[in-house]
Design a protein around this ligand. Sequence first.
Ligand code: F6P
Length: 368
Amino acid sequence: MINKIRKIAINTGGGDAPGLNAVIRSVVISALNRGWECVGIRDGYNGLMKPEEYPEGGLIPLTRKAVRGITHLGGTILGTTNKGNPLKYPTAGPDGKLYEKDRSGELMAAFKKSGIDALIALGGDGSLGIANVLAEKGLRVIGVPKTIDNDLDKTVITFGFDTAVSFATECIDRLHSTAEAHRRVMVVEVMGRYAGWIALNVGVSGNADAILIPEIPYDINKVAAALKERPKRGKNYAIVVVAEGAKPRGGTVSVVGKELGRAEKLGGAGERVAKELEPLTGKECRTVVLGHLLRGGHPTTFDRLISLRFGAAAVRALEEGKSGVMVALDPPTVRYVPLKDATSRMKTVPLDCDTVLTARDLGISFGD
Ligand code: F6P
């Protein structure tokens, strides 16, 4: 016998992605239409873990009015954080130093105290991994796959990815003319963490000359050799798209920092490539880091639609008594997959996928 749902919570964790607000609206309207009360947890789980930091309350009542007119807005009305992992919460030890502590027990108690019957968690692999632990501890949880990186397993696509790729492609379209005017090599670094989905899709759509992705460690000499071929075919400039997680063969990912309780911060991959390419190609190489620009702005129509579909599907899943699952896109429909399966491995670019083959057929170099 499944307990009746009266009140659900929604939270957004990790890096923001266009479409979060559309999911929130879809969940809220679908839930209110079933007579359920909705609250939003501020900043991941912080609204519940540290209510003292929110004088106005760590939980936001989500009424129809609260979600009116937000479908097309970037960001998240709930706030998010990638510092508040309850499984690795930076907590002061007896020596005053900060340590990572599992505080999921306290979090479960806070859910209970707030009278929340179920959680709809909007997140990437990190946030949904946390959601999975909460589900295993007995909370009713449905996950919704969010990330511009598209590296979450068991779903064809995550929301936010299409907006990031569309915007980055538009940026590359603009770089072609200036690169050509100056006969330069423009190296464009894009986000994506340890997966090359953004770089690959942007590079192919934007007619790049080389695409460097984490799944194919590159040899800089091979990249340079490919670029040197271009002038023979009448092209005196080049565009190189570099995933932030790209690494040279036998080398490592370019990391700029690591803080307690957080994932390592990637950066510098594009600059590293540009510095090495300049002497090898004899051309001026300039770097553009698109970075957080890919996370901002309005979601594309595709992202809006899948966000609305994911939100409504998450509520239907709760109504059907499901828990510990994530809504996944499996065109033409959505289905439910265990959160555990979605978060146990990262979805990377298969080397034989047709987008990689297309790039190769078009003469784009992967530096391999
Ligand atoms: O949302 C995922 C992501 O965009 C990664 O591609 C990137 O490495 C990371 O977030 C950066 O996040 P932040 O700068 O917010 O720590």
